[in-house]
Ligand binder design. Structure first.
Ligand SMILES: Nc1ccn([C@@H]2O[C@H](COP(=O)(O)O)[C@@H](O)[C@H]2O)c(=O)n1
Length: 678
C-alpha cells in the first residue's frame, strides 16, 4: 500500500524543508532538533507504512502518475563547465588508474563535472593507448578494486555486479586487483573467482587473496599471485596486487596479511628471480599514504627493496577514496585516484635507458611536455615523474585526446554507453519516486546541520520506515554505522538508482526488545568513543592518543585526508577536489574551489517515540547486522546473540528504507522537479 502523502500535517511541514533548501548549505534551520524531526515524522505515519521489506508495496506501479523516467545524460550531453588546465606530461612509462568505482559506470547523472560514462572511458582509454603507440611509449591501464556497493547498476541485481561487470569489462586493463567489496558477500567472491578471474587470466593479480574452491575443497588464489610481463616497448615488469589486511570478508575467501604474504615462497621467488626486472608495479586496494595505518604497501615495498635497492617501484593504490600521491624513495612513487568515477589517475615516468632497462621506445616524446620532477629534491635517480587527477567528464577526455565533441566517440565506446542505458532501463534505475527538495550532504556541513544527510534524511527515514507494526508504539533507538551511507543526496528527482547511491548495503535490521533505557543510551557514546566501528577496520589502530585527543571516535578517514590537505568535492560543478600531495598542490587537472569536509562520528542514532521531557523505561534497540557484535559488546555480558532477532523480517535491509521514505516525504513537484543549481 502507498503511504498517504496527502496527510495535512505532513504538507504543513513542507515549508520548513523547502526553506532549508533555499538556505543551503547553512540554513537557519540548522538548529532544528533531530529529535523533533524524527518524532514529528514518526507521528505522521499511517500504520500502513510498515511494508516489511516487500518492494512491491512501494513499487512505481502503485503510483504510476508519480513516476516518470529520467533520461541519461550521456553521451553527447552538456558537459562540464570547466576543463583541464594543461596537456598531460607523457613519459616513457605512463599509467591510467581507476579505483573504487563502486558501480558508478553510468557516471554522475546529477553532476556534470563527473558526467562521463563507462563508454566514454572506453573511447578515451583506447585513444590514449593509440597515442602512446604513436609516441613510442608505454601506457598501462590499472584498476585497484571495489567494483560494487554504491550504485544501482551494480547493486540492484540479486548478486551484486551481475549486470555491471560485463560493462566494466569493456576496458582492456593491463592489471586488475581485488577490493574488500568483492569479499563481503560469498556469492560475489565466488563470481570473482569462478568467472572474472578466469576471464582476466594473469592480468588479475590477487597476491594475498584466496577463495574457497567448492570443487577442490581448498582455498586457492583468486587471480595470479604476481604477473611478470614485458610491455610493448620492452620494459620488464613484475607486478604484485596487495589488498590491505582486510578482516571483514565472508568465509568464501581468505586474506593473507601482507606480513604473511611476503613470507610465501612464491613471493620470495618472484622478488629474487634471475629474470631481469626494469620496474616493479606494486598495486592494490590499499592506501598509498604511509601514515594511513591501514596501508600495507610500505611493508611489501621494504621487502622488495631488500633485494632491489634502486629498481623503480611504481605504486597504485585505493580504498581511502582520496586523491593522493606519495613519494616512497628516490626511485618510487605512488598514486591513489579517488572514488566513484569522479577521478581518473594519471602517472608518468621517464629515465629508462639502455644502462638500466630494456626500454626500446622513444626517450622523450616530441610535442608534449615531459615529466620533469625527481621523486624528491636532490634524488639520486635517473627517474622523473608527473601525476595528475583527471575529472571524469567528456570535456576532460576530449581535451586530452585533442578531439572535438563531434569526432571523439568510437563505436566501441558508444556500444558500452548504450549497454549502460539498456541495463539502467531494464533495472528501472531511472524510475522516480520523489522530488528531493534540497541537497543533503554527508560532510560538507557539520553532522548536526539540517543540511547534513543524517539529521536531514537518514534519521527521519529510518524512524518513519523501519517500523515493526506490532511494536510501532514502543520507544526505540535505531543505531547504524555512518559508513553505510555512501553518497550525498542531490536535490532533484529521487530515482531507484538514488536508493542504492545513498544506502546500498543488504544489512538486515535486527533488534533486542525492551532494553532498559539507562543501558541502551550508553551504546552510542561507547561506539563513538571506541575504535571507528568498521568491521573491516576492527584491527585498524587509530593514529591518535585517546587520552589526549577528545575527538577520538569522531575521527574518520576524512580527517586523515584533511591532515594532508585534501578537501573533497561535494556539490556544484565549479567546486571540487583541491588536493595537496607530496608533489604539492598542482595535481588536480581541473582547478576547483574547495569544499568543506567536516568530521563524522562512526555511528548515528535516531530516537523514535520519545515523549517530550521524560525518558522511557525500556526501548527496542534496533541496529544493522553489520554492527551486531559491537552492539552486544557495548551492552555487556547479560546480552547475547540469542536475544537478537530480525526487527521487521530478515529480508528488510538497509537497501529498503530510502525509497519508501522518498514516496512518503517528497511528492511535491514530482512532475516538475528542479535539479540543484550548478
Ligand atoms: N555490509 C556492509 C559492508 C560495508 N559497510 C560499510 O562500508 C565500509 C567499507 O567501505 P570502503 O569503501 O571504505 O571499503 C565499512 O567500514 C562499513 O562502514 C556496511 O555498512 N555494510
Amino acid at each position: 500500500m502507498s503511504p498517504d502523502v496527502s496527510h495535512p500535517s505532513l504538507s504543513s511541514r513542507r515549508p520548513e524543508i523547502i526553506l532549508a533548501s533555499i538556505g543551503f548549505p547553512r540554513a537557519d534551520l540548522a538548529q532544528m532538533k533531530t529529535l523533533a524531526i524524527v518524532n514529528g515524522l514518526a507521528a505522521l505515519l499511517p500504520s500502513a507504512l510498515a511494508c516489511g521489506g516487500d518492494h512491491s508495496c512501494y513499487g512505481p506501479t502503485n503510483t504510476v502518475e508519480h513516476v516518470r523516467h529520467v533520461k541519461r545524460i550521456q553521451p553527447g550531453a552538456p558537459n562540464a563547465a570547466y576543463g583541464p588546465k594543461a596537456p598531460l606530461e607523457w613519459g616513457q612509462l605512463n599509467f591510467l588508474h581507476t579505483t573504487d568505482t563502486h558501480g558508478w559506470l553510468e557516471g554522475h547523472l546529477k553532476e556534470q563535472n563527473y558526467g562521463a560514462d563507462w563508454g566514454d572511458f572506453v573511447t578515451f582509454s583506447r585513444r590514449m593507448k593509440q597515442t602512446a603507440g604513436n609516441m613510442g611509449v608505454d601506457l598501462l591501464l590499472i584498476d585497484t578494486g571495489d567494483l560494487h556497493d554504491g550504485n544501482g547498476l551494480s547493486d540492484a541485481t540479486t548478486i551484486d555486479g551481475t549486470d555491471s561487470m560485463p560493462i566494466f569489462d569493456g576496458i582492456d586493463y593491463d592489471l586488475l586487483t581485488i577490493g574488500n567489496h568483492e569479499l563481503y558477500i560469498s556469492e560475489v567472491a565466488y563470481e570473482m573467482f569462478n568467472t572474472w578471474a578466469r576471464k582476466w587470466g594473469d592480468r588479475y593479480v590477487t597476491s594475498n587473496v584466496k577463495a574457497f574452491n567448492q570443487t577442490s575443497g581448498q582455498y586457492e588464489y583468486i587471480g595470479a599471485t604476481h604477473r611478470y610481463f614485458t610491455t610493448p616497448k620492452g620494459l620488464r615488469v613484475m607486478a604484485f596486487g596487495v589488498l590491505f589486511d582486510f578482516t571483514g570478508n565472508s568465509n568464501a575467501s581468505q586474506v593473507l596479511k601482507a606480513a604473511e604474504m611476503v613470507q610465501e615462497e612464491w613471493f620470495k621467488d618472484a622478488v629474487e628471480t634471475c629474470d631481469p626486472i626494469d620496474v616493479f608495479v606494486l598495486f592494490g586496494h590499499n592506501p598509498v599514504r604511509q601514515t594511513d595505518s591501514s596501508s600495507t604497501f610500505k611493508l611489501v615495498f621494504d621487502e622488495i627493496r631488500k633485494v632491489h635497492p634502486t629498481t623503480p617501484i611504481q605504486i597504485l593504490g585505493g580504498h581511502s577514496h582520496i586523491r593522493d600521491f606519495a613519494v616512497y624513495d628516490d626511485n618510487s612513487v605512488g598514486i591513489e585516484s579517488g572514488r566513484y568515477c569522479e577521478t581518473l589517475g594519471w602517472m608518468s615516468m621517464t629515465g629508462f635507458d639502455a644502462s638500466n632497462s630494456n626500454f626500446r621506445g622513444v626517450k622523450n616524446p616530441h610535442g608534449v611536455p615531459n615529466p620533469k620532477r625527481p621523486a624528491r629534491p636532490g634524488a639520486k635517480s635517473p627517474f622523473v615523474y608527473s601525476r595528475r587527477y583527471l575529472d571524469w567528464n567528456r570535456q576532460t577526455f576530449i581535451y586530452h585526446t585533442k578531439q572535438t565533441e563531434a569526432a571523439f566517440d568510437y563505436g566501441s565506446g558508444l556500444r558500452v554507453s548504450a549497454e549502460v542505458s539498456k541495463v539502467r532501463d531494464e533495472l528501472k534505475l531511472g524510475d522516480v519516486y520523489g522530488c528531493a527538495p534540497q541537497t543533503w550532504c554527508i560532510s560538507c556541513v557539520p553532522f548536526n546541520d539540517s543540511s547534513n544527510i543524517f539529521p536531514g534524511v537518514v534519521f527521519p527515514a529510518v524512524s518513519a520506515i523501519v517500523v515493526n507494526k506490532t511494536r510501532e508504539d514502543k520507544s526505540r533507538l535505531i543505531i547504524g554505522n555512518t559508513g553505510a551511507i555512501r553518497f550525498d543526496l542531490h536535490q532533484g528527482p529521487f530515482t531507484y538508482d538514488d536508493n542504492f547511491i545513498v544506502s546500498p548495503f543488504r544489512d538486515s535490521f535486527l533488534y533486542i526488545p525492551d532494553v532498559p533505557y539507562d543501558l541502551a543510551k550508553t551504546v552510542l557514546p561507547k561506539l563513538n568513543s571506541g575504535p571507528i566501528a568498521k568491521r573491516d577496520l576492527a584491527t585498524m589502530p587509530i593514529p591518535r592518543d585517546s587520552c589526549t585527543d577528545p575527538t577520538l571516535g569522531y575521527l574518520t578517514r576524512r580527517e586523515m585526508r584533511q591532515s594532508h590537505g585534501v578537501v573533497r568535492r561535494q556539490e556544484v560543478v565549479t567546486s571540487g577536489y583541491v588536493t595537496t600531495d607530496d608533489f604539492g598542490s598542482d595535481g588536480d587537472d581541473t582547478v576547483h574551489t574547495g569544499i568543506e569536509d567536516y568530521p563524522l562520528p562512526g555511528y548515528f542514532q535516531a530516537e523514535v517515540n520519545f515523549s517530550e521531557g521524560s525518558d522511557p523505561d525500556v526501548v527496542d534497540l534496533i541496529f544493522v547486522d553489520f554492527i551486531e557484535s559491537l552492539i552486544l559488546a557495548d551492552l555487556g555480558g547479560n546480552y547475547t546473540s540469542d536475544m537478537v532477532s530480525c526487527y521487521i523480517d530478515c529480508d528488510f535491509t538497509s537497501q529498503d528504507f530510502m525509497l519508501p521514505y522518498a514516496k512518503l516525504a517528497w511528492q511535491d513537484n514530482i512532475d516538475n522537479c528542479p535539479l540543484a543549481q550548478a
